[in-house]
Write a protein that binds this ligand. Structure first.
Ligand code: 3HC
Length: 286
């Protein structure tokens, strides 16, 4: 039984992308944010992304209009009552996510409804235990930019039911057209456990004066054919998100390779968060 009524909690970089791909696939999507400013910014982000797809001739004007018509923006989780899948995509803060799962567990009344998290690194079990039905809680981890990236990581906790996982797998592949990989419930899952040490190494290399930001990135783009260098990628992901994921990994494994370098920490303190703030390792026109 595929999901038809989707909820997305959080309309930042990831939440807006998740809402966009679900609405583009013809699903009725409710997007919740905590303030009307955040909702407006999220809606504008979705419109901009769809406009880009239209300009690239990947979407028609009519399809863009019907995608926007599939989206409803709300400022309360109470509106999630009739949803059969809710994807949480708020900032990487365990306490905030746990509180949202508690509220969703009370708000969503559809029997068997799945509560999913797009967390990059927080153990799914911690979120599942905040709900009345931990067997219906799962990690569904998308990649940025969501409309472009072809992967979803599916993360089962020790208590997630096979039915919950299968429904998410069918939705991710059959409806969203993404390739699914499965991961155990360990901080960072598969991709971030590999990616974050690489990004942190690039930051340490720059911090130590070993090479410039431009040269580090050119090295990986031209030398290894990566679509973007590690510092530009950190800017795309967001330095705050990178920092939060690194902290979760370090907390879980206590391995030095996951320890956030001081430069990353100081840049976060300074609000130099990457593309979203206009400046990170590089400067962006917003
Ligand atoms: N909707 C649909 N298609 C879009 C689009 C949109 N909003 N935006 C771009 N596209 C399409 C373009 O049309 C183009 O398609 P084509 O190849 O068929 O012509 C393609 O996507 C690439 O777009 P552009 O040519 O405009 O841009 P670039 O070539 O500069 O690529 C990029 C931009 C896709 C971001 C590329 O640099 C890239 O893949 N970078 C790596 C991104 C990455 O690694 N993401 C993962 C981050 S980790 C993560 O998210 C996990 C988290 O937990 C931390």
């Amino acid at each position: 039984m595929s999901f038809s009524k989707i909820g997305v909690v959080g309309c930042g970089l990831m939440g807006s992308g998740i809402a966009e791909v679900c609405a583009k696939a013809g699903r009725d999507v409710i997007v919740a944010e905590s303030s009307s400013e955040a909702l407006q910014a999220g809606a504008a982000r979705i419109e901009k992304s769809l406009g880009r797809a239209v300009r690239a001739e990947k979407l028609t004007e009519d399809e863009m209009a019907s995608t926007m018509a599939n989206l409803t923006f709300v400022d309360s989780l109470g509106a999630m009552e009739d949803r059969d899948l809710v994807v949480e995509a708020v900032l990487e803060d365990e306490a905030v996510k746990v509180a949202i799962f508690e509220q969703l567990s009370d708000a969503v009344s559809v029997p068997g409804a799945v509560l999913a998290s797009n967390t990059s690194s927080i153990p799914i079990m911690k979120l599942a235990m905040a709900t009345a039905n931990p067997q219906q809680v799962v990690g569904v981890h998308f990649f940025n930019p969501v409309p472009v990236m072809g992967l979803i990581e599916l993360v089962s906790s020790l208590l997630t039911s096979d039915e919950t996982v299968q429904r998410c797998r069918d939705f991710a592949t059959g409806v969203l057209g993404k390739r699914v990989i499965d991961s155990q419930d360990r901080a960072g899952f598969v991709v971030n456990a590999l990616l974050i040490p690489y990004l942190l190494s690039a930051i340490r290399m720059m911090e130590s004066g070993f090479a410039s930001a431009e040269d580090i990135d050119a090295g990986m783009v031209l030398g290894c054919n990566h679509p973007m260098g590690p510092l530009a990628l950190t800017d795309l992901i967001g330095l705050d998100t990178t920092m939060a994921v690194a902290e979760s990994l370090y907390e879980e494994f206590k391995e030095q390779l996951y320890a956030p370098p001081p430069l990353l920490s100081r840049m976060c303190d300074a609000g130099l968060l990457g593309r979203k703030s206009g400046r990170g390792f590089f400067v962006y026109n917003r």
